[in-house]
Write a protein that binds this ligand. Structure first.
Ligand code: GDP
Ligand code: ZN
Length: 350
């Protein structure tokens, strides 16, 4: 095993002999290796040494449909700061675009470990875990199930046992608590050899808290902090590639985080919350100022935890945004089909 502190910055980001061999021709051409940390519109932040490099992709890569994604190893021309090459990917975490199953959006490249995260006791859902597993197996990354917030249950072993009924021994299940520190060493062990991981899981399961615990500082704002902004805005830019102090990388892009939302089922995951909402005096209660609000009563008397309510509100907001996007895509698709049919109709009449 590598001694972490003697690794070069590039090695701590996951660079190894295999990548070096794949890069030989590009090095000969004067390119330098770097890893895509953040993808902006038309630009990339590349990790290489202590400071990120802002770069654009060479037009040729766009023409050839070979634009880099977060996690890609690329060849940078230091003179032009253009990305000229993308190394062949070892793994690809992608999602098929809605209604357009032939095009896939690469969410992250070269991921070694996919942490599939559910928090105890309420977020645990074997059916959803199955979907995460299917996605991880397809990507080529090693899935590892993390059951978080075990400090909130008396006994986590029934949950572990239930998760193991669908992992078939091919995927470890670790119980962890970022608050107590239990299980964190098992999580850290997966980063040995400077491996790259992603965190997949619903909003509020503790992904940011976990990353902060691994890094040892408040690097990502957690949901509790974000919630203080009542306007619903947060202006701080998120770090998408987090380098751990002992080497290894967490890729934490919004796309990966939102992955589950394409299938999220609020009724099932938040049946308790929806039950409270049914008891509000007004059926269109916003749960803010209306009299007879059962949600606010439940929050006050503790039968609904603030954490859980926060997760629910956030998830609901994200789902609504997603629905608007889906409807938009659907209309665009319908319009296109209509135009095609109209054209066929006209040419038939001629
Ligand atoms: P994310 O949306 O998945 O990034 O979740 P956050 O990291 O923002 O955490 C959501 C909430 O869960 C916050 O209020 C955290 O303090 C809380 N939380 C995170 N980890 C734990 C844990 O191990 N135990 C308990 N009890 N709460 C936790
Ligand atoms: Zn209400």
């Amino acid at each position: 095993m590598n001694l972490p502190l003697t690794d070069s910055p590039l090695e701590r980001l996951g660079w190894d002999d295999g990548w070096e061999a794949a890069f030989a021709e590009h090095r000969a051409a004067g390119l330098i290796p770097a890893r895509v940390a953040v993808q902006h519109r038309g630009a990339y932040d590349l990790a290489h040494g202590p400071d990120p490099i802002r770069a654009a992709a060479a037009a040729r890569l766009a023409r050839e449909d070979r634009l880099p994604a977060v996690g890609d190893w690329v060849g940078l021309d230091p003179e032009t700061t253009l990305v000229e090459a993308v190394l062949p990917r070892r793994t690809v975490l992608s999602r098929k675009e809605a209604l357009n199953a032939t095009r896939e959006q690469v969410l992250a490249a070269n991921v070694d470990v996919a942490f599939l995260i559910q928090s105890l006791p309420l977020d645990f859902n074997v059916r959803r875990l199955e979907r995460y597993l299917a996605m991880a197996w397809e990507s080529g990354a090693q899935p590892v199930v993390l059951l978080t917030k075990i400090d909130l249950v008396d006994d986590y072993s029934p949950f572990v046992a239930e998760a193991e009924t669908i992992t078939f021994g091919a995927c470890p299940v670790h119980p962890v608590s970022a608050h107590s520190g239990d299980g964190l060493d098992e999580v850290r062990a997966w980063f040995r050899g400077n491996r790259t991981a992603v965190l997949v899981g619903s909003s509020g399961v503790g992904k940011s808290t976990l990353v902060n615990a691994l890094v040892g500082e408040e690097l990502l704002e957690t949901q509790a902090v974000r919630e203080e902004d009542h306007a619903g805005r947060h202006t701080t830019t998120r770090r998408e590639l987090v380098l751990l102090p002992t080497g290894g990388v967490v890729l934490d892009t919004p796309g990966i985080r939102e992955l589950q939302l394409w299938d999220a089922d609020l009724d099932q995951a938040f049946g308790d919350v929806e039950e409270f909402a049914l008891r509000c005096r007004f059926s269109d209660c916003s749960h803010r100022t209306e009299p007879g609000c059962a949600i606010r009563t439940a929050l006050r008397d503790g039968s609904l935890s603030a954490d859980r309510w926060t997760s629910y509100v956030k998830l609901q907001r994200e789902l609504r945004a997603l629905e608007i996007r889906r409807n938009h895509l659907l209309r665009r698709e319908q319009l296109r089909e209509y135009k095609i049919r109209a054209r066929q109709h006209r040419s038939k009449r001629r």
